[in-house]
Design a protein around this ligand. Structure first.
Ligand code: TNX
Length: 544
């Protein structure tokens, strides 16, 4: 075909297309940014009577229809009597939708079509639909209207994680659910639940009632920063735990939002609350109390067969509660002093032919890995589990920077990147001079936005071992749910975009504009956020 004719045809086709634009800044404030979005002319008004249709009767689809009714239509006005229909159509399809969480959303002036590769895909399409609506007006008088738009979307990573430490400070069930809602809104899909620690044991284990009777309560809590001398304590008991029924309720709540829960049972260190409950699990024979201070405790599990039997029984109950494929065993910051000075541990090492304490930790984790794989679970550990030899099939969560993750990926292990530099939401989110006390560090919104779990030094082959990324919220200095939310927002928005959207689509100025729009929603909805993080500079401006 002659070039001129081709050009002519092409311009004709372009002319025939509906007036659409891909310009970003004028578009709706979607976070995370979808992979493809084309804004079109016109809009689709929503009414209480808008019909939701789907072909085959299915429980999953009817749940999605209910979600649209409650989240979107319930506050819409009644439909005027014009005789025209208003329809939202749901469809499961694999046409053009490769990833299991992919969806397509088409809003035209006469109908809305949400297509999902799976129910999860439809769920994410609905989350996007919610964000397409203008923020609710205080007087409730506004007519909700969707802009005409065509969106194709699918996630970059399968692991879009968020962690919460419920041990340093106990967080009530209601807040865990709210946290899961926040995750769902931003299309995060893995909740890493930190349940055991030096300062508190939070999961009911029927075989060992003292774990919660004793281990879930501490006498008092440090006041101020752990580096302060002299140390000060508040003299007030703190505690709490989740019953197995509550855990089941939370697991079901998460599943309805397509979130998998990964429980964490810490070993061999960060175990003081367990050892306070059952001193025979420790190395010194001395009684310890549930820890009242922050930092890294020297208390560590011993390696007696009875201790492994104890951990296996705890695991038995936990795997029944958490149906997901993953199980986190911690493995971080295990101080080996007590192993070094205990003659009994040294004797066990000789019997086992183990030459160093690092190797002993590796033996410990490898035994757990075997036990868990017998239960159909994959073990995850913090990057310290690399020391002394990585257990086969273990997944590494890289927190002390990215080196552990890189080494693990090169050794053919799956990796979740969660480096302290970008992913620690207990760090200051703005100038420390003007912020409430935090552990330290400086991780403003712009820093989180620069997070990329796949580092340039990885080959494409190695990069495939990176499952995704995760942010962690440790709560030493975060005593209440309100404070936790303030540390989470708006940084959760940057995390979500880094884990969902292809990196070449990321654009900091455009993202900032969208976060501003979301902050208006937070104000309307009573979500606490740090208003200073949006404009906080990349480098720490204070002497801290
Ligand atoms: C290190 S990150 C820890 C936690 C602390 C946190 C404070 C990790 C695996 N261990 O026990 O809470 O630093 O930022």
């Amino acid at each position: 075909m002659p070039a001129r004719l081709l050009l002519c045809l092409l311009s004709l086709v372009l002319l025939m297309l509906p007036a659409c634009s891909t310009k970003r800044s004028t578009g709706p404030a979607l976070i995370p940014l979808p992979q493809k979005m084309v804004l079109c002319e016109g809009e689709f008004p929503l009414f209480r009577e808008t019909r939701i249709e789907y072909d085959e009767p299915s429980v999953d689809l009817s749940l999605m229809a209910d979600l649209i009714r409650t989240r979107i239509l319930s506050s819409a006005p009644a439909m005027p009597d014009t005789g025209s229909a208003s329809i939202i159509r749901l469809m499961l399809t694999d046409q053009g939708l490769e990833h299991h969480e992919a969806y397509r959303l088409t809003v035209s002036t006469d109908r809305v079509l949400i297509e999902g590769r799976s129910t999860a895909g439809l769920f994410y399409g609905i989350q996007t639909l919610v964000q397409l609506l203008p923020p609710p007006k205080a007087d409730g008088a506004d007519q909700p209207v969707l802009p005409a738009v065509r969106i194709f979307d699918s996630p970059r990573f399968d692991w879009r994680g968020l962690h919460l430490d419920c041990c340093r400070h106990f967080m009530p069930v209601g807040f865990i659910k709210r946290y899961l809602d926040h995750m769902a809104r931003y299309k995060l899909n893995v909740f890493h639940w930190h349940l055991t620690e030096d300062q508190g044991w939070r999961v009911e284990i029927k075989a060992f009632p003292r774990l919660t009777q004793v281990g879930s309560q501490r006498r008092e809590t440090r006041i101020g920063h752990a580096s302060e001398r002299p140390s000060r304590f508040d003299g007030r008991p703190h505690g709490g735990f989740y019953t197995q029924d509550e855990i089941r309720e939370i697991v079901a709540y998460a599943a309805e939002r397509f979130i998998t829960i990964v429980p964490e049972l810490e070993m061999p260190g960060h175990a003081q609350a367990a050892i306070a409950a059952y001193p025979e699990l420790g190395c010194t024979g001395e009684a310890v109390e549930v820890w009242t201070d922050w930092g890294v405790s020297p208390t560590i599990f011993n390696v007696e067969e009875e201790t492994f039997a104890f951990l296996e029984k705890v695991i038995d109950e936990m795997v029944d509660l958490f149906p997901g494929p993953w199980f986190h065993v911690g493995g971080d910051e295990a101080v080996k002093d007590q192993w070094q000075t205990s003659s009994r541990i040294q004797q066990r090492m000789k019997e086992l032919g183990i030459k160093s304490e690092e190797e002993l930790q590796s033996y410990f984790i490898t035994r757990m890995e075997q036990y868990l794989s017998g239960k159909g679970k994959t073990l995850i550990g913090w990057d310290e589990i690399l020391e002394g030899g990585l257990a086969p099939n273990a997944v590494v969560m890289s927190w002390r920077g990215t080196k552990g993750g890189i080494d693990a990926a090169r050794a053919g292990h799956k990796v979740i990147m969660s480096p302290g530099s970008h992913c620690y939401f207990d760090h200051y989110a703005a100038d420390p001079e003007s912020e409430p006390l935090a552990i330290g560090g400086y991780t403003p919104l712009i820093k989180v936005y620069q997070f990329d779990p796949v580092l340039a030094e990885l080959t494409p082959e190695e990069g495939r071992f990176i499952l995704g990324g995760q942010a962690n919220l440790w709560t030493e200095y975060i005593p209440t749910p309100e404070h936790a939310e303030f540390m989470l927002f708006p940084r959760i928005t940057a995390l979500a975009e880094c884990l969902w959207t292809e990196p070449q689509r990321k654009d900091w100025p455009d993202f900032k504009t969208r976060v501003k729009a979301h902050q208006i929603r937070f104000d309307c909805e009573g979500i606490r956020y740090n208003p200073r993080s949006l404009d906080a500079p990349l480098e720490n401006p204070s002497r801290y």
